[in-house]
Write a protein that binds this ligand. Sequence first.
Ligand code: ZN
Length: 358
Amino acid sequence: MKYLQILQDVLLPVVTACIMSVFFISAASCALQKSTSDKAHHTRTGFTNPDLIENPSFFKFLRWQWQRLWKNIPSADIYTFPLASNDPEFLRSNRLQKTLTWIGHATMLIQIDGVNILTDPHFSERSSPVQWAGPTRLVPPGIAFEDLPPIHIVFISHDHYDSLDRQSILKLYHRQNGKNTRFFVPLGMKKWFENLGVLTSIEMDWWDEYQMDALKIIATPMQHWGKRSAFSRNEHLWASWVVISKDFRFYFGGDTGYSRHFAETGKRYGPFDLALLPIGAYEPRWFMKNHHINPEEAVQAHKDLNSKKSVAMHWGTFILTDEPLDEPPRRLKEAMKNEGLSEKEFLVLQHGETIILE
Ligand code: ZN
């Protein structure tokens, strides 16, 4: 038992740290370079956040991992998140009602006038380049993959492993009618999809617009970064997404730090009927703040966007950072109270819960 405890307390964090270092290593050598494009978020080798002077360093990552070893991070088995029941048969046949279902983490199913949309689809056991190590899913997907309705649109926010899951993309593309699924991806990512054999991706830069039948789709900024391998950083852009139909405006916030992009997007395309906003993965602030909003910032983002209703995501599914996994909804509730928001304005759903949108 003692050896098992040592394995759990020491070796697992070290293995996890090694895997995560794949994302961070080489960051220090990736200096900002001037781009041939005149867009502030373009660089010669990829992309950058126009409002940040970034100084990524592998030593900062190591410092975080070192501190984690001595912190009392609650283990996964203390959490129980109930799985709400939903009605996959209704979701498969529904063409009229607007619905939203939280599948887990940043994966949401949105139905708008018969068009079925998935955000950052992740149905795998781990958020990791390998399926034998790395953060494990603590709650099964709120809708089993096999029960999904046909998916017409997939939005990808960025290339980190908790958002861009290779297995889920391949399964979506190769299921019946999957080749009709269009994958909207940030600039630079089309090649990654083609290398997988997925030929229906549409890559877009910030503020690009695309008309798909009755829907207008816009790639909008967020403040984040990209890393898919040890030898690259920021080679694919990161983006939030806006969908506008004749009577509905929807925003998917991806994974982001707080910046003026919320207010700018709200000004250009708001007010929104629905915004999906991340509320988890924010501690320690000295390391996470630039790229992950906390619940208080999520409330501010909701206001900046001019959103009538927001729904929380990017929490409660994988342990990625240091805050207790069940803390974000508590802090969100407090922040909403402080800012005078009603309970209906910013919802926290159970995994698997479906809501009908007015
Ligand atoms: Zn990320």
